[in-house]
Write a new protein. Structure first.
Length: 200
């Protein structure tokens, strides 16, 4: 099963994302099981995740909770476009060094509002900027203790003021009781399906 890791498991690795997000906080770091995966299987893992889909493919109760959250967000404007002094929050793509700007982009997943920043052979990053916060979902490919490789996910956040910090605190139970368990089942099942299809 997946497991939560200390933030140092993300910050101590030489990921390229560090040079782009020095003003972001490491909110969560998780490891997901991918039995039989090797060092070159990261693109296949990302393809499996895209095939697994987003919340629309989750169980009915989870879809209902996501729908309730969506209604509340619409009512209180949580997901409204963020505002800054010049009228917008700049995408992190503007911070990318030239080689990452030229890196191929993977296809975004339907139902998940993140936009891809870059994809490399062992890491990728997606961002989302809304009224309450600016966040990055970083995925990394890391050797596990048993010799396989496993997927790591880090959630990096930059709350928008006091309201953003309160929002993060308020959705924490939702993340731990709904989002991460659902993500674990979908992502680990996606890898198992891929492994069976390719006799891994």
């Amino acid at each position: 099963m997946s497991r939560r890791l200390p933030g140092t498991e993300h910050t101590d690795r030489p990921w390229r994302i560090h040079q782009i997000t020095p003003d972001f906080l490491v909110e969560d770091v998780w490891a997901f099981r991918t039995p039989g995966a090797g060092p070159d299987d990261f693109p296949a893992m990302l393809a499996a995740l895209r095939a697994a889909g987003g919340p629309k493919e989750a169980p009915p109760l989870v879809r209902c909770l996501f729908a309730v959250r969506s209604k509340l967000a619409a009512l209180f404007g949580w997901d409204a476009p963020p505002q800054s002094a010049d009228g917008r929050v700049r995408s992190l793509r503007e911070r990318l060094p030239p080689d990452l700007r030229q890196a191929p982009l993977c296809q975004d997943v339907d139902g998940i509002p993140f936009t891809t920043l870059y994809q490399l052979g062992d890491e990728s990053a997606q961002e989302l900027a809304i009224k309450t916060l600016h966040t990055v979902c970083h995925l990394g490919w890391v050797p596990a203790d048993n010799g396989d490789y496993e997927l790591r996910m880090a959630a990096l956040v930059k709350p928008n003021g006091l309201f953003g910090r309160l929002y993060m605190a308020g959705i924490k139970p939702f993340r731990y009781l709904v989002v991460y368990p659902t993500m674990t089942r979908q992502w680990e099942r996606a890898w198992r399906d891929h492994a069976r299809a390719h006799n891994l």
